[in-house]
Design a binder for this molecule. Structure first.
Ligand SMILES: [Zn+2]
Length: 256
């Protein structure tokens, strides 16, 4: 049954059907964090698929120079290969999220392998940087009710994004990435860029060099941060965004 549904989601459903069901904002399969409070001048920068030297390090330098923090949804196998990069992400004040061990589509996984991939990644993050994360992002945004149920049971908040993806994996120039993001970035927005490519160990595998080149994302980050700062935005991590959202909810309950 589940396989049939997965296949329907992945293939047979018409493109528009897929957009509705698996779109980042869809809550059909359970609650995910899609954006922060809409009444506050904050945005969250998030980066998936790393760590990926040297680009992740360059990105960290930009964030440090700009004095802003981001959230890195890291892939376990890359964490194990480049623990120093993850340690620096944390030491710089950035947040870490779990993006599975090898960037698998979770809808195709059984519950036990879903648990294994998240736990193995959690261990690698802890070994690298001494922290546990309680946020995760499903690779490809792929999820269903079983995936989200299991993810919640393991204590994770699943995190999607609100700004349409900039298709940065197609290697557009930095100004194109920045323009695509800035067009939709608003109060409480979650921006999703990539500092890696599905956690590939580019330096160690036979991967074409350009497959791993994220220099456009690094340059786009500088453009995005500068533009949003001029518009009065503050940059928060996903855990900060969750705390703000919880506080907003408490305040609105109190005033009811
Ligand atoms: Zn990913």
């Amino acid at each position: 049954m589940r396989v049939a549904v997965a296949l329907a989601l992945l293939g047979a459903v018409a493109y528009e059907g897929y957009e509705v069901v698996e779109s980042p904002g869809s809550q059909l399969f359970g609650k995910t964090l899609v954006s922060g409070p809409k009444n506050q001048r904050v945005v969250a920068l998030t980066y998936d698929d790393g760590p990926n030297p040297p680009y992740t390090g360059e990105l960290l330098s930009v964030l440090r120079t700009e004095g802003v923090h981001a959230t890195f949804f890291v892939v376990g196998r890359a964490v194990a290969a480049y623990p120093d990069v993850v340690r620096r992400e944390v030491l710089d004040g950035n947040a870490i999220g779990n993006h599975t061990w090898s960037h698998e589509h979770l809808v195709l996984d059984g519950q036990s392998s879903l648990r294994r991939t998240l736990e193995r990644t959690d261990r690698a993050i802890f070994d690298a940087a001494g922290v546990h994360t309680r946020i995760m992002r499903p690779p490809f945004g792929g999820r269903d009710w079983l995936v989200l149920g299991e993810v919640r049971k393991l204590g994770y908040t699943p995190v999607m994004w609100s700004v349409p993806l900039a298709n940065d994996w197609e290697f557009p120039p930095a100004r194109v990435i920045a323009a695509r993001v800035l067009r939709y970035a608003g109060d409480g927005a979650i921006i999703d860029l990539h500092d890696g490519n599905r956690g590939l160990l580019c330096a160690r595998m036979h991967v074409a060099a350009h497959e791993c080149d994220r220099s456009a994302d690094v340059a786009a980050t500088r453009l995005i941060v500068d533009a949003l700062k001029r518009q009065g935005y503050r940059f928060v991590t996903i855990p900060q965004l969750l705390r703000m959202q919880a506080a907003t909810r408490t305040a609105s309950h109190a005033s009811e």
